[in-house]
Design a protein around this ligand. Structure first.
Ligand SMILES: Nc1ncnc2c1ncn2[C@@H]1O[C@H](COP(=O)(O)O)[C@@H](OP(=O)(O)O)[C@H]1O
Ligand SMILES: [Mg+2]
Ligand SMILES: [Mg+2]
Ligand SMILES: [Mg+2]
Length: 411
């Protein structure tokens, strides 16, 4: 009787369906296409797959773990940068291209790479900084180690998730040097700017800690911590960073491709998910607010003024450093971000744009270069096929791009 019943259950259509499903899943897993293919399986079919198989996939389709690790890692790094600023220990070096790099940039890069390595050991990393100058400057390396070895999240479980502390100064230098991937169009590549807007950071202005996951050339996850932007999403856009104590400041923006963009107070617990953000509607372009770089060498202020005039915009543009500009327009504090090439030979770096590009697009925006091409993150460490940036709400992009093209072509 028992044997009979067992036999019957093996022929049950539901069992056969599950068996077939398992075989399909195993075949897809072998061809390493599982994560993308599962997304097109109906939800209840996917839920029938054993938990062990789903848990062992390299990346789930929701990028939940990637987002969580990125947010925690960026949060810890942002705490380090704030400590460096307040303890007046910026220890600036000048790089070969004459741009500044500080204790904060190196320390933040070390902590973020440590977190990525512990969670996603086979992923590649394109990070802005490298440690060669530190190997010749023991006192600067000691200073950075002082901050790196004493900065942690105050929630032990979260700290553990991002790999806990770095164990030695040697390990710290190794971590900094693991951001040398050439980038490219295949596989999983993290783009990391440990402090974007270093000049802003030095003068107490805006800066951002930026991290994005690029998969097969497309940005899938983006996180920006902006310690000096107002917490309040509805605060008017301003070049002023507010009071000295940082009261009311600090916001984290994040986005996952296809899931929208969010913001949350930076100082709040890392488990807080945040609230969705959207770009503002711009029914009348003459009422729009522009933001642009503080540095006239990074984006032409003169061209921006001409474009504003062409569009009938009279409001003064707001100048701020870093990808805080992308975050600000994504939450509707401003409307338009233009980056207008000054030097024809300059290639924008992927870490200066990857997170911001996704956050703006997920908040309802469109991001292109000055010729209307989408930013192409698949070509290495730089955006070599793009010139400048035009980021706006979708509905007005064509109009703004037309004005940009007309001003730039008349030069
Ligand atoms: N000539 C140039 N044109 C455009 N961007 C430049 C540039 N020289 C440097 N940059 C980049 O501009 C970034 C800052 O952008 P912004 O002006 O929007 O704040 C710098 O990032 P870092 O501060 O991370 O080095 C740097 O990578
Ligand atoms: Mg730099
Ligand atoms: Mg940068
Ligand atoms: Mg930087």
């Amino acid at each position: 009787m028992v044997a009979n019943r067992t036999q019957t259950s093996f022929h049950h259509p539901r069992f056969i369906l599950i068996l077939l499903l398992l075989l399909i899943i195993l075949a897809l897993n072998r061809s390493s296409l599982l994560s993308s293919r599962l997304a097109i399986l109906p939800q209840h079919f996917a839920s029938l797959a054993p938990a062990t198989i789903l848990a062992s996939t390299p990346s789930t389709m929701s990028y939940r773990k990637e987002l969580r690790v990125a947010k925690l890692a960026v949060q810890r790094a942002a705490i380090l940068t704030q400590r460096v600023f307040h303890e007046k220990a910026k220890g600036t070096l000048s790089k070969d291209d004459k741009s500044p790099v500080t204790v904060g940039d190196f320390g933040a890069q070390a902590l973020i790479i440590h977190a990525i390595r512990r969670n996603f050991p086979t992923d590649e990393i394109v990070g802005e900084e490298e440690a060669s100058s530190l190997r010749e400057d023991k006192s600067l390396a000691d200073q950075i180690w002082g901050f790196v070895s004493s900065t942690s999240l105050n929630d032990p479980a979260s700290e553990e998730q991002i790999g806990g502390p770095i164990r030695s100064q040697r390990e710290m230098l190794q971590a900094i040097d693991e951001g040398q991937s050439p980038g490219g169009s295949r596989g999983r590549i993290w783009a990391l700017d440990p402090i974007d807007g270093t000049k802003g950071f030095l003068r107490g202005g805006q800066y951002a800690v930026c991290l994005a996951l690029i998969e097969d050339g497309h940005v899938k996850v983006g996180v920006l911590a902006c310690p000096n932007l107002p917490v309040d999403d509805s605060a008017p856009l301003s070049a002023d960073v507010g009071d000295e104590n940082g009261e009311g400041r600090g916001v984290m923006f994040s986005a996952v491709l296809g899931s929208g963009a969010k913001s949350r107070p930076l100082g709040r617990g890392a488990l807080e998910t945040g609230q969705p953000i959207l770009m503002r509607d711009v029914p009348d372009i003459t009422q729009a607010t522009f933001c642009e770089s503080v540095e006239a060498g990074h984006s032409s202020h003169g061209d921006q003024a001409e474009i504003a005039k062409k569009l009938g915009i009279t409001r003064q543009s707001v100048r701020m450093d870093s990808q805080a500009k992308y975050g600000s327009i994504a939450r509707g504090a401003g409307d338009l971000y233009l980056r207008l090439p000054v030097r024809a030979d300059y290639q924008e770096k992927i870490w200066d744009h990857a997170a911001g590009d996704l956050i703006v697009r997920e908040a309802g925006g469109h991001v292109t270069d000055v010729e209307g091409r989408r930013l192409d993150f698949s070509l290495g460490r730089t955006l070599k096929e793009n010139k400048g940036v035009v980021a706006t709400p979708k509905a007005v992009h064509e109009q703004v791009l037309e004005a940009v093209k007309s001003v730039l072509s008349s030069k």
